[in-house]
Design a protein around this ligand. Structure first.
Ligand SMILES: [Mg+2]
Length: 363
């Protein structure tokens, strides 16, 4: 069996990948969100040549060949494109073996606890507290994540005092028995991150995510050493050698690889294994309701060192609506892993029809 064709269905935000073998078997995956139309071009122009004609069961080998062959172009776009192929191949493998990806990995289909993940900084502390309290009542969430500081914010809040106000306001609204996580999105220098972290300790914050600009792993390590609460990070990191350094340095207490940013499930499993060997839990990044949340559910169902939660976005994003079925739902704070073979979801035909189509195939 060999890979006969790779098709992409792209919008600016998302690209769905379909891999078909010479005997007509197929699998669906997804390229990481955001500028996905550019990543799909990279897939066809640079990656497809290393994938077509290969044995679809050799996923690790294919992924490594792509990254190594395109070594002059390390980084995000190559990894995003490879991730589209990798996730389609895992779907294909599951369908061929009649197993969900979770089961392929030795895991068990079951509900996974989710944390409701806020993506907003333009919201007032009181409005954030009110909507999280409501979600706790309606969907039974036992954990939430809120945003503090600002994205690469150089110690400047979206408006003065927002961080100092939102943490106690949300904590009071959701109660002491609900886990409260925070994300600074690379917002602080170490001294300010430690100052903020000491405040977070007072409110029993469950993890402090990306306190410092993410490439500054020594800065992050300094913050991790200074605080009693766990520091989390790694969502942007797509180089396995950088991941090894991050883990060796004990820069974070919780690793957060993103299946799509990192180049697919196979590479994410390697990061999770490195973390397991260092005694660290893995709470993957899955910050939108595209297929990345499906991939992450299967992964969490199988990892021995899985962190306690699935990240589940609480924001409405038109670009993820009607993408796949069945839709993921939070009930009593839990999300079921789709149980059908492969990723266990179908891509909506109407969505595919509206997207830009491109194919690379063996002659
Ligand atoms: Mg984050």
């Amino acid at each position: 069996m060999k890979i006969q064709s790779i098709e992409t269905y792209s919008t600016k935000e998302i690209s769905i990948v379909r891999v078909v073998t010479d005997n007509g078997e197929e699998g669906y995956g997804q390229i990481a969100p955001y500028h996905a139309n550019i990543s799909s071009l990279v897939l066809h122009q640079q990656i497809a040549q290393h994938v077509l004609g290969q044995d679809p069961m050799d996923i690790d080998g294919i992924v490594d060949r792509c990254i190594e062959a395109e070594h002059k172009f390390p980084g995000s776009y190559i990894c995003r494109a490879v991730g589209g192929v990798d996730t389609a191949l895992w779907d294909l493998k599951g369908k061929l073996e009649g197993k969900s990806v979770c089961e392929l990995l030795g895991g068990e289909i079951r509900p996974i606890q989710a944390y409701g993940s806020s993506m907003r900084r333009d919201i007032t502390p009181q409005d954030e507290a009110d909507r999280l309290k409501l979600l706790k009542q309606k969907d039974g969430y036992r954990a939430f994540k809120i945003r503090i500081g600002n994205n690469f914010g150089k110690n400047v809040d979206v408006w003065p005092g927002r961080t100092e106000e939102i943490v106690p306001t949300v904590r009071q609204a959701i109660g002491e028995d609900i886990a409260l996580l925070v994300d600074a999105n690379s917002g602080y220098t170490p001294d300010r991150a430690i100052e903020v972290g000491k405040m977070l300790e007072q409110y029993n914050v469950g993890h402090f995510e990306e306190p410092c600009p993410y490439p500054e792993i020594e800065w992050t390590a300094e913050v991790t050493r200074a605080l009693t609460i766990p520091v989390a990070g790694g969502e942007q990191d797509n180089c396995l050698a950088q991941w090894r350094r991050l883990i060796d340095l004990k820069a974070v207490d919780i690793v957060q690889p993103d299946v799509c940013y990192l180049g697919g499930l196979s590479r994410t499993l390697r990061v999770a294994k490195m973390a397991a060997e260092a005694g660290l839990p893995c709470t993957p990044h899955a910050a939108n309701l595209s297929m990345v949340t499906v991939f992450t559910l299967h992964l969490l169902g199988a990892l021995k060192n899985a962190g306690p939660y699935l990240e589940f976005s609480i924001e409405k994003t038109p670009w993820t609506e009607n993408l796949f079925y069945p839709v993921l739902e939070v009930k009593d704070g839990m999300v079921e892993i789709p149980k059908k073979p492969g990723w266990g979801v179908g891509i909506n035909e109407d969505w595919l029809k509206k997207a830009d189509y491109k194919i690379s195939q063996l002659n």
